[in-house]
Design a protein around this ligand. Sequence first.
Ligand code: MF3
Ligand code: CO
Length: 257
Amino acid sequence: MITVKSVEEFEKMAVAGSVVAAVHQAVREAAVPGVTLNRLDEISADIIRSAGCTPSFLGYMGYPKTICLSPNDVIVHGIPDDTVIRDGDVLSVDVGAIYEGWHGDAAFTMAIGDVPDEVSTLIDATEQAMWEGVAQARAGNRLGDVGSAVSAVAAPHGYGVVREYIGHGIGRQMHEKPEVPNYGEAGRGLKLKKGWAVCVEPMFNLGGAGTRVLDDGWSVVTADGSLSAHWEHTVAITKDGPMVLTLPEPKLIAVPA
Ligand code: MF3
Ligand code: CO
């Protein structure tokens, strides 16, 4: 089960989180047409290690790289390789770092160059869904409040909401109980407690919700080949509300009016 963290422990997670945020920024800038996914992985490794952190994905269940890079119909867990980024690609970037034993884990999705409006809308709506879920990550709320807030953003667009891969508790381990689904019913499920930290991470597909794992054993793709977006933050549940730890500085989310 998830452990209750102290303020000092949240502060260590925020250091890991700030390094994750620095990697996000660097990858966002470096991800231009002509660059390989491997190059983005190297840049990420340099930043994590020079900050005195360890990459949490490398070696996790045998995962071979520092970050996950999931282009186009790859939903999550894409392995960086010599694939060259091209104009019009959609790229999801997932990064984890450990500082003094404490984890930070966050992802974003970006368009490379010009993409059709329906694609930028998918990316933006998935981000919006993450923020709606984050805002529900409060002591006393339930897991269903998070999941229903996330899926409510997808519903009017008709996006497939991925069900096989979900958010999670986080702390001394990258993955702790509880699981944090991107669906559910408001008011239902486990009650969230002060001192927990959770990752809220919606994955929305332009097509159906179905998934399939490629022969590399990692890359999760949409069953129908449609494009997919993925966003994630690590969030501390504090007495004052949700505090996002995977930003350059931790950020407290105000109570909705
Ligand atoms: N960020 C992913 C998650 O939240 C973890 C990546 S899986 C790994 O589940 F194997 F690459 F580490
Ligand atoms: Co995660």
